[in-house]
Design a protein around this ligand. Structure first.
Ligand SMILES: [Zn+2]
Length: 467
């Protein structure tokens, strides 16, 4: 029997080596990874990635870079490719809580729930505790608050993702080695200073070092336990971050790398928010931020390819995005998106002023054109715009993450459409998501998969290594 198992294992190893060699030309990585990265682009399907790739390349051409020097997205250089289904237990369309549960525990749950089976009340074993039990370190980094659904899915249990204050206290009571992102959210997902102060104080009591400015961040050196780095992360199109996602990744690598190894989850959260807003100009900037964070992990991988595994995927699609070839690849595509200087969310003030001061359509039109960077509207577009402006009202669904006005949606969709991005939904869809992987055992992530399977594969790698 032993011989048979060994022969089967050798056979698998040969297949694995052939796949690895055939795809990358790299030498066969037989080892199990010591450092595992799971990058989650929230709301990111292949269409979001391709649209951003077109934007990114065109932006370089527009800046005068020679064609042969134009770079593409880092995530698209990863050699192993797959796609994953994302459905929740109770719904073919998942939300971030159910999907984070799947990645974290390997089990499906209902939408809105974190790591609990509502029928049996069974609590799932979450990734952070699993990793710690195996003697490895854990990093949880997100451009959303750490008690928001995706990061929370990796350490917390909650019957509802909206139990923000409870989840914040679970974070404070946890033993994560690195937490990075904005301060925690309060009840109903609002900015609630009292909830944040309470969680911060409890974390300090529990031995966390809390860091809230760039200088202290830069001064962090290996050896410190339980680091919680907190700084605001608005939409990238609306302002630079004091500590960008990429810098969190570099710092967490610096602090956590060592003989124990680590698991690090990094989320690009606002790809989803920009997609709920059907705001292509904001979405591509979020995806680029996320890609720059992946590039930092790739640098680390290059120095120790046998020890590092990087998996990049998404928790679900958002926005029902489809792409129109002619416009998407037309020279100057990036200029259309760059013409919109701020996010659709940031247009709130302008539209509120129009409403409060009863500004007429003809008076408002030049301001709207200037904000969204569109000079010309066809007769049909102008008529539509006028109609929506006069009618007023909201269009955003129950998962709204931004301005609800139909008129601001008209404009963000118009900018997107001119660049070849057509939004079909204000919410998540059931579209499969891409999987890109590189490094030790990356071949396990190629082909057709599922978010819960990805979670299980990662757990298998950790338990196999620690046997
Ligand atoms: Zn969403």
């Amino acid at each position: 029997m032993r011989g048979t198992v060994l022969t089967q294992r050798l056979g698998l190893l040969v297949i694995f080596c052939l796949v690895t060699l055939g795809t990358t030309g790299a030498r066969c990585a037989e080892t199990l990874p010591k450092y595992i990265f799971l990058f989650i682009g929230d709301g990111m399907a292949e269409t979001h990635v391709r649209a951003t790739e077109c934007y990114f390349k065109d932006a370089q051409v527009q800046r005068g870079l020679a064609a042969e020097k134009v770079a593409g997205l880092t995530m698209l250089t990863l050699p192993m490719r797959g796609r994953a289904t994302t459905f929740a237990k109770d719904n073919v369309v998942t939300d971030s809580a159910a999907s984070a549960t799947a990645f974290s525990s390997g089990y499906k749950t209902d939408n809105g729930v974190l790591n609990i089976d509502l029928e049996t009340e069974r609590k799932f074993d979450v990734m952070a505790q699993f990793v710690k039990r195996h003697g490895m370190k854990v990093g949880i980094i997100s451009s959303a608050a750490p008690n928001h659904a995706t990061p929370a899915g990796f350490y917390a249990h909650a019957k509802s993702r909206n139990m923000y204050p409870e989840i914040a206290m679970q974070l404070a009571a946890s033993a994560l080695d690195y937490v990075g992102g904005p301060p925690v959210l309060g009840a109903e997902g609002t900015d609630d200073k009292a909830t944040d102060a309470k969680a911060r104080e409890a974390a300090l009591q529990n031995g966390y070092t809390v860091v809230e400015d760039r200088k202290s961040f830069d001064a962090l050196k290996p050896g410190v336990q339980r680091i919680w780095v907190r700084s605001a992360m608005p939409l990238a199109i609306d302002g630079k971050h004091e500590i960008p996602l990429a810098d969190h990744v570099s710092k967490a690598i610096e602090l956590l790398a060592g003989p124990e190894g680590f698991f690090m989850m990094v989320e690009g959260a606002a790809i989803d928010w920009a997609s709920h807003s059907n705001d292509g100009a904001a979405m591509v900037q979020e995806l680029l931020e996320f890609d720059r964070a992946i590039a930092r992990a790739i640098e680390f991988y290059r120095a120790r390819p046998d020890e590092v595994l990087i998996v990049v995927t998404a928790d679900h699609e958002c926005g029902g995005l489809s792409l129109i070839e002619g416009r998407l690849t037309a020279p100057g595509m990036s200029k259309i998106l760059d013409g919109q200087k701020k996010s659709r969310n940031a247009s709130v003030d302008m539209f509120e002023t129009f409403e409060k001061e009863k500004i007429s359509f003809d008076e408002a039109l030049p301001q709207m054109k200037a904000f969204f960077g569109i000079q010309y509207l066809s007769d049909e577009e102008l008529a539509e715009c006028r109609k929506i402006f006069k009618k007023g009202g909201g269009a955003q669904g129950q998962y709204a993450y931004g301005d609800e006005r139909r008129i601001s949606l008209f404009w963000s969709r118009l900018v997107s459409a001119r660049a070849g991005l057509i939004w079909g939904s204000l919410n998540h869809t059931a579209d499969p998501v891409p999987v890109y992987a590189v490094g030790a055992q990356a071949a396990r992530f190629a082909g057709n998969s599922d978010n819960a399977l990805i979670g299980r594969y990662i757990r298998d790698l950790i338990s196999e290594r620690k046997k």
